[in-house]
Design a protein around this ligand. Structure first.
Ligand code: 5GP
Ligand code: ZN
Length: 113
């Protein structure tokens, strides 16, 4: 997708620290980390919102994204981790390419802001 910053990162047009990547799923370091470890896991293909990814037709890809996110959370979060998916304006989504935040390395407060 032409104007998507994450598609540009995946295409190599914008630099990022790649943590993991295969044909279907990419993990990068967040440019503005909110925890000692803050990673973003996303599908390689442009899917704007988790609402577009959820559903039986995409169950395998959804599962892969969360599988990678959980593995990275376990690797990076010695004492646990938090997965966050923001969806839409009220959900706080600012980049419209679905991604899972993987946060770890500090205690996560609840409720979130
Ligand atoms: P959202 O607000 O959509 O849930 O999360 C978007 C995330 O993308 C934010 O945490 C933000 O710091 C991160 N981000 C925005 N632009 C870039 C970028 O160019 N590179 C990287 N690595 N992260 C970015
Ligand atoms: Zn995209």
């Amino acid at each position: 997708m032409v104007d998507c910053i994450f598609c540009k990162i995946i295409a190599g047009e914008i630099p990022a620290k790649f943590i993991r990547r295969d044909d279907d799923v990419v993990a990068i370091a967040d440019a503005n980390p909110q925890a000692p470890s803050h990673l973003l896991v996303m599908p390689s293909k442009h899917i704007a919102n988790i609402a577009d990814l959820a559903g039986l037709a995409n169950a395998a890809l959804l599962s892969r994204v969360f599988d990678v996110a959980t593995k990275l959370g376990k690797e990076h979060g010695k004492h646990g981790f938090r997965l966050v998916v923001n969806s839409g304006a009220d959900g706080g989504q600012t980049v419209d390419h679905m991604h899972v935040h993987v946060l770890s390395g500090r205690f996560m407060e609840w409720p979130p802001g």
